[in-house]
Design a protein around this ligand. Structure first.
Ligand SMILES: Cc1cc2nc3c(=O)[nH]c(=O)nc-3n(C[C@H](O)[C@H](O)[C@H](O)COP(=O)(O)OP(=O)(O)OC[C@H]3O[C@@H](n4cnc5c(N)ncnc54)[C@H](O)[C@@H]3O)c2cc1C
Length: 472
């Protein structure tokens, strides 16, 4: 069994398949997991009020959101059910909100409720005075998307799956009853394949079957604001959705920051540049719903690409014998991922896969987060291992011990951003300016790299070209 791509969908598929006595291999073209849309999105586990009733998006969103809470609890992934409000300003918006409420009810979303402007502001004082109504969606949640992906992929590996990083799939051929896949200079053989290559999934599909759909990739740009702005709102604040998706939102993050975005700009599938035009649009649209956002406290901008297609729904089907496509997995793909994995597994069984459930499936994962411990726990930990007493990231209070822990995990980091996604270093105000050099030293001193091998993120993002003088 091969899974192509290790974003949230590939990781969830591998996690689900590792519950069975199967040999599972994951082929990922990058040097780490979660480097596609999974690391650059709004990080919302949507309630499910938006997708058209009866669509795959609707069914898998609601089920995925139910599964996500339990998975995050068991695998120690930051998650918070903070609830969402979709706000309206005009009579037309109120009609849209009523439509969304009945969609939500049809989709099985629990607790949706229409509020007038005053009640909405009573529950969320940061809302603009112009807001006249809001749809409350109590089941909406926020999550750390890359930690969610890592947790699923690591759990799959603990249960026997193998991850092949830097193995971009280049060719797939049918050979009798099996598929031959060329990736990273090697050939893999498998009777079943899950295509979870994100914005690249239609190109992978082209290797095995005729194309039925066209790509309509859209970029979404964001502001991430400092924690000083993190309590500006408690709920995730959406505006009414339009043809470009769920619109610009303002939301707290599970890490305590404020996230504002995205726009929706048609682009080529890998163009994640930020633009002045896009960011200006995000800023002016967001301040319609929440007035006083202090954009001077922005600490980072980023962009992600939605794998949208002309199907306007997820395309999850057997495209060729034993070959299951997960194409067009745009929003709510993060929310739906564990349900997509169940659906894919079901399709594989229907396609002839035979497997028994493993009795010894392990679903447990714990991380030490030093700053969240009590004083007594901190003292005890530092006594046992002094590395937990050395704070490396001052903004986020992350210790050397926590960085070491992530090097011992099933998928160790290979870059400074890889450490950031696991331990949380560089997530704060200085964005790694202070801790980056010290973590680079740890890569060299403790993990056997040369300084020229230290990466910021993807392959090709070397931080140093050599030494100007020997420092002793
Ligand atoms: C701006 C934006 C906002 C969003 N907000 C939300 C939200 O709030 N809530 C929500 O539920 N969803 C949201 N989404 C959607 C969600 O992020 C995606 O649906 C989800 O991340 C898709 O996951 P994936 O695994 O399919 O794709 P990806 O995360 O892109 O992963 C695909 C993987 O395949 C790999 N790959 C590509 N080509 C190859 C190859 N040839 N060989 C091997 N590997 C390959 C890539 O390197 C990548 O790791 C948003 C998306 C965007 C862009």
């Amino acid at each position: 069994m091969l899974v192509i791509g290790c974003g949230i969908v590939g990781a969830a598929a591998a996690f689900e398949l590792s519950k069975y006595d199967l040999k599972v291999g994951i082929l990922e073209r990058e040097n780490d997991v979660a480097l596609g849309a999974t690391k650059a999105n709004s990080a919302i586990i949507h309630g499910g009020y938006d997708p058209v009733p009866g669509s795959l998006m609707a069914k898998l969103n609601v089920r995925g959101s139910e599964l996500c809470e339990e998975i995050c609890e068991k695998l120690d992934v930051p998650y918070k059910r903070n609830g969402a409000m979709v706000v309206g300003f005009t009579e037309d918006d109120v009609q849209t909100l009523k439509g969304l409420m009945s969609r939500g009810i049809s989709n099985g979303v629990k607790g949706v409720m229409l509020l007038d402007g005053d009640e909405a502001r009573r529950r969320e004082p940061g809302l603009a005075p112009e807001v006249t109504a809001a749809l409350l969606v109590p089941t909406s949640a926020i999550v750390s998307p890359w930690e969610y992906c890592l947790a699923l992929a690591e759990t799959a590996m603990v249960n026997g799956a193998e991850l092949f990083l830097r193995h971009g799939v280049e060719n797939i051929e049918r050979d009798g009853e099996t598929w031959k896949v060329t990736a990273g200079g090697e050939t893999f053989e498998a009777p079943f394949i899950v295509n979870a290559a994100g914005t690249y999934a239609l190109k992978i599909h082209d290797m095995v079957a005729e194309r039925k759909h066209t790509e309509k990739s859209k970029r979404g740009e964001y502001f991430l604001l400092d924690k000083a702005e993190g309590t500006r709102v408690g709920h995730t604040i959406f505006q009414c959705p339009n043809e470009n998706g769920k619109g610009v939102l303002v939301t707290p993050t599970v890490h305590g920051n404020l996230l504002v975005g995205p726009n929706a700009q048609p682009v080529e599938w890998d163009d994640t540049a930020n633009t002045t035009e896009g960011l200006n649009f995000v800023r002016s649209t967001a301040t319609r719903s929440v007035k006083d956002i202090d954009f001077r406290k922005s600490i980072r901008n980023f962009a992600g690409i939605r794998a949208t297609t002309d199907a306007d729904d997820f395309i999850i089907e057997e495209a060729a014998p034993g070959f299951v496509d997960c194409c067009g997995i745009c929003s709510p793909g993060l929310s739906a991922a564990p349900a997509i994995a169940e659906y894919v597994t079901d399709l594989l069984f229907k396609a002839g896969m035979q497997a028994e459930t493993k009795e010894d499936f392990k679903m447990e994962r714990r991380r030490i987060r030093f700053k969240e411990l009590s004083d007594e726990e901190k003292e005890q930990l530092v006594r046992e291992d002094p590395a937990y007493g050395r704070v490396i990231c001052r903004c986020e209070t992350i210790t050397e011990g926590e960085i070491r822990d992530c090097f011992e995990a099933p998928i160790p980091p290979v870059s400074l951003d890889g450490v950031k996604r696991r331990a949380g270093t560089g997530m704060g105000r200085c964005q790694g300016g202070f801790c980056g050099p010290r973590i680079s030293e740890l890569f060299v001193e403790d993990f056997g790299k040369t300084v020229e091998e230290v990466l910021q993120d993807r392959d090709g993002s070397e931080m140093f070209t050599g030494r100007t003088k020997e420092v002793r």
